[in-house]
Design a protein around this ligand. Sequence first.
Ligand code: SAH
Ligand code: SF4
Length: 341
Amino acid sequence: MIDMNKQQIIECLELEHADDLFRQADKVRKQYCGEEVHLRGILEFSNHCCQDCHYCGLRRGNTKAMRYRMELDEIIHSAQKAIDLGITTVVLQSGEDEFYSIEQLCHIIQEIKKLNLAVTVSVGERSFEDFNRLKDAGADRYLLRFETSDEKLYATLRPGRCLKDRFECLYWLKKLDYQVGSGIMVGLPGQSLESIAQDILLFQDLDLDMIGIGPFLPHPNTPLAGSHNIGIDMILKVVALTRIVTKNAHIPATTAVGTLDTQGRQKALACGANIIMPNITPTEYRKFYEIYPDKICASEAASECRRCVEEMIITCARTVGIGPGHSLKKQSRASQTDFSF
Ligand code: SAH
Ligand code: SF4
């Protein structure tokens, strides 16, 4: 397959009717990833955050948010329950919450690893030393979206932070041999098609193992309240182009795309996505992890989310992934190394 350049990507993003693009992405997904849809159980263990991202309902400036933190045992217990649901990966996600020490995070990971689960960590920017310790404790993967590659936009949306530091974290994670996930929001105010095309090319350059693409959904208690929702087709075009360009990266049909459009996740699965993230956060906390409003699956039990995604996968004529669903890129990188010897 021929690589796409920025102009070609922009032209695809401008398409009014993108059915051919979606079909092509589905073909690439089939060829490189097969029919399996892997499940990642997301456990949102704290909604405290010391950052003030303009787009996010968990930002520290949102004084209306009801905050919670799960106890260490409660987190480990929730991960344990994932096993009964046939979930093989737990994604530990939170705001940037300094309450949990690095020792405590390592303890949680070590305990979950004893359960023979793959562990993804998504707790924001940390030092090289912290990333190293989390990896030593057994973390397999790390999820840190760069959000947008437009440096100026990034600096406006994340007060006090800069894109260079975000990329440095991604570089460290790669160096530490994590399976690295990153991604963007689409539809941020001031985001151009050119910058989205650049984001897609960066996904390829960074050789990411996982790429999360979701719509920006404006939250009423943030400075971006009242912004417009992006249309579903633009999200699907970004998902499809990402699949075509990166070939075998894991790409989730995100919860945000399912919130934007009731059929959003099914549509994403049909144009490149191969991952779903059922929510395994205890129901009592769900509604408080309000990164964006009206999030789907806010009141269902974990078992209900699991049942619902399985039904969705089967209806889309796909199969639930078996095993941990590790990075396909990592496997191809390893076999390339083998061949060179
Ligand atoms: N604190 C960590 C992880 C939690 S936020 C971090 O920031 O990396 C997880 C993701 O939620 C962010 O990376 C961002 O892409 C997404 N997000 C935040 N606010 C959002 C909004 N209003 N609409 C859609 N996605 C949002
Ligand atoms: Fe905090 Fe992450 Fe939300 Fe930013 S996006 S405010 S770092 S939870």
